[in-house]
Design a protein around this ligand. Structure first.
Ligand code: APR
Length: 320
């Protein structure tokens, strides 16, 4: 059987980590693409040189030519500029819109059947632009956000409650910005609702609120510490989980930025919702029932995405 092919557009911090994880997990042949050819080639060679030690058998190459990415099964895009301290994800809009147009032009004819995962920020608007620019069907173009946001939320809760992270069942939906929506009423720890932990005094309402806010600014906290770039280990791990579910038809339900066509009362917009990822791409958008408060918070988040989308349409009227 022919190996699967995974192309990573952008060989920076996240791209390099994606390549390393994909290689170690032997998900398929890995192609690292970057405008800076040496960066892509150097990282591919460096990772390949660790294969004898880690015992993986993965072909890796670096390139600045889209022809080398042709017929990819999965494409993960991180091309763009990351945040600097004090910048929001939204500040990246005009630069990353131009970059994503170039990427869409590079992949649309060479890999029209790929499952395309976008990580470049501001996520919800960039993934929508990517879908429109590339014409790749909506069920094959997805954004990575909720997996990461949920992982941060679970981590902070596990630290606070001193429970293993694997015991926490939770998700974060909405846009990948300051208005993202963790759902405390739908959070379970070892099968018990989080509200029981509040009742038992294990965590106060105020601490929970602080954790929710820390989740919302989880990326900014890392940006501030790093000073020279944004998070990359956790974003890469999140992208790989989505790619693996597609490549192995695992049909995992993961919170991702997906195209909404009536679901959650929204039309023609990308936003974070739970989706089932299998060999058909996004096989289902799962509609969880939201109580009044949750719906209000979700709508606030969607409205923030819409505002940014309007700003994007002003920059490029073709996005209408
Ligand atoms: N085509 C291909 N690669 C490009 C292009 C382009 N048009 N423009 C920029 N790049 C490459 C850069 O050369 C760089 O190597 O994208 C890479 C981005 O890597 P980093 O600067 O290290 O950024 P990273 O931390 O990986 O984040 C990338 O993901 O989470 C988001 O906000 C983050 O938008 C940012 C993106």
């Amino acid at each position: 059987m022919q190996n699967k092919k995974i192309s990573l557009i952008g060989a920076g911090q996240i791209g390099g980590t994606l390549a390393h994880l994909a290689a170690i997990k032997e998900l398929g042949d890995v192609v690292l693409f970057d405008l800076v050819a040496g960066l892509a080639k150097g990282k591919a060679l460096d990772i390949a040189q660790s294969s004898a030690i880690d015992g993986f058998n993965t072909s890796l190459m670096g390139t600045d030519n889209y022809v080398d990415t042709a017929n990819s099964d999965v494409i993960i895009i991180t091309a763009g500029v990351p945040r600097k301290p004090g910048m929001t994800r939204d500040d990246l809009l005009s630069t990353n819109l131009k970059i994503i147009k170039q990427v869409a032009d590079g992949i649309k004819d060479t890999s029209p059947n790929a499952f395309v995962i976008c990580i470049t920020n501001p996520l919800d608007v960039i993934v929508m632009a990517l879908q429109k620019y590339s014409g790749i069907p909506e069920n094959k173009v997805i954004g990575m956000a909720g997996v990461l946001d949920t992982s941060r939320y679970k981590y902070f809760l596990s630290q606070e409650l001193n429970v293993p992270i694997s015991e926490i069942d939770a998700f974060v939906l909405g846009g990948h910005g300051d208005t993202m929506v963790p759902f405390p009423n739908k959070t379970f720890i070892s099968g018990k609702p989080l509200s029981k932990y509040i009742e038992n005094g294990k965590i106060s309402h105020q601490r929970l609120e602080e954790i929710i806010n820390r989740t919302r600014s989880g990326g900014a906290e890392v940006v501030k510490l790093l000073e020279t770039g944004s998070a990359f280990y956790a974003p890469a791990a999140s992208g790989i989980e989505m790619a693996e579910s597609y490549l192995k038809d695992q049909k995992k339900v993961l919170p991702c930025a997906a195209y909404l066509n009536g679901q959650y009362g929204q039309n023609n917009i990308y936003a974070g919702v739970p989706v089932k990822i299998g060999s058909g791409g996004i096989e289902e958008v799962i509609e969880v029932s939201l109580d009044e408060d949750e719906k209000k918070n979700f709508d606030v988040s969607i409205n923030a995405v819409k505002e940014l989308l309007d700003a994007a349409k002003k920059i490029d009227p073709n996005l209408e």
